[in-house]
Design a protein around this ligand. Structure first.
Ligand code: AMP
Length: 115
């Protein structure tokens, strides 16, 4: 059996997570080490390793993920704007090998990084 990713273990309740949304396709949890007042991770249940491994068959899921980002940002009160980040691969700074979208907001974000 393949080893579960950290995020799959959170989805399965093996590790605690602060869920802000979940459905059959994806979950959203608060980042344990927030880089902004609002820092939510939107994560597909399917353990796609990174954006680089996204495939044609994931087209609908990719759309669901973006729609979830938009809806959650609205629910989190980020009407003044927010940043969406997908760290990808080693040089992209990805630390958890399970595709996830960062939503960062609640303060002015400058430059192009997540900080
Ligand atoms: P990345 O560096 O893009 O792979 O992002 C991984 C993110 O997962 C980081 O922002 C971490 O703070 C976050 N993270 C790591 N462990 C947990 C956890 N147990 N619960 C919530 N977020 C986590």
């Amino acid at each position: 059996m393949q080893t579960k990713t950290l995020f799959t273990r959170i989805m399965d309740g093996e590790i605690p997570g602060h869920f802000v949304y979940q459905d059959e396709h994806l979950v959203a949890i608060r980042d344990i080490n927030p880089a902004a007042p609002v820092h939510v991770l939107v994560i597909p249940r399917k353990p796609i390793p990174s954006l680089a491994e996204l495939e044609e068959e994931d087209a609908e899921l990719a759309g669901r993920l973006l729609l979830a980002v938009s809806r959650i940002a609205r629910e989190e009160g980020l009407a003044r704007g927010y940043r969406v980040v997908i760290n990808t691969g080693e040089e992209g700074g990805q630390t958890v090998p399970h595709l996830h979208i960062h939503i960062l907001g609640g303060r002015a974000l400058t430059g192009h990084g997540t900080a």
